[in-house]
Write a protein that binds this ligand. Sequence first.
Ligand code: ADP
Length: 380
Amino acid sequence: MSAILKVKNLTKHYQSSEKSVGVSDVSFSLQKGEVLCLIGPSGAGKSTILRCLAGLEEIDSGEILFEDSATFVFQDLQLWPHKTVLENIILAPTLCKKISRVEAIETATALLKKFGLYEKRDQYPDFLSGGQKQRVAIIRALATKPKLLLLDEITSALDPELINSVLNLIKILAKEGQSMIIATHHIKFATEIADHILFLENGEVVQKSATKNFVYAQRNPRIRQFLQTTTLNTKEITIYEGYDEFQAFQLGTLKRFRNGSALNVVGSSGDRWFECMGAYYEQYEKERIEKGILWRMMMSQESARDRDLRLRHPQLHEYRLLPAHVENPANYYVIDDVVVIQIFGNTDEEPAIIEIKNSNVAKSYQSYFDVLWNQSTPIE
Ligand code: ADP
């Protein structure tokens, strides 16, 4: 893999402000085809980094090494009001990149068709919705065939119902391998498209991590707190699919348990859970034993690995057999106000998790657990 961008110790302080603000000592690199999301509270320095990369700010010190120039899409669009959609799009390619008008129109037409805006080609920006304007602004950037696209909070000026049309366009670009750096406060969106996430606070990089670790195995308490106050956690149902997400989710959840607490599980899965955890099982088990987390589990039949575990650490395994008349329900456990439903799949299928964040639902599942527990018989 080749890096198309390297940023080394980038520092930019704004002279005008009373206290020294901006960004300090920011370093990262971007591989071709990679999507990097910049996340952090307002004022963290996300825009400043993008503006420096776009050459819109003079930097104080550090280095920005590009393979090619980057193209920037602003928060507030900046479409020319007196030019039509098509004219807006062909302006930069014909003026700056010296592409012929015919070729520029061809490219613009193809992009407008692809993103469902072809009928709007002769409209003036004022006649478009906010979401349409923003998509035109992105198409205008794409028309210059940028090696790297910089997107700064491109949905912040949009009504909620228009946001998805823009985010979906970006998802398509990400799938197509467009290299991008995106400042966004849509954490859910970021986790869907980013390869890496750079978390910033007070102008400094707090963490650069692979997206799945950022969300599911976040160790930094400050970032976890930030994630909890964002939209990510207000959504009631989240689905995690595939081995990677399954494993990362379990490891992340383990960190939420207090030492010495119990994990109440209904319906074990034979040895399939261990298979789903794959190489991460050792790490999970090590942390679980260290935290002294008890597995209280009801099952139709004890699997070989479960039996082995129980005999090795009797104090951390309290297993019971479900009454014979009880069909093994979907495997679930409850942690605080969250119900976690585990779908293991067969060995030729990927596992998945359905996470339901709702205190009433969690309470009902917990009481169902208690009822069953009383009817079950201990495995000796
Ligand atoms: P973010 O995009 O993460 O919200 P910014 O990069 O816009 O953060 O801002 C980082 C810090 O720099 C903030 O404290 C902000 O107030 C300050 N800042 C940004 N632009 C300017 C400017 N043009 N002049 C003075 N201070 C600025």
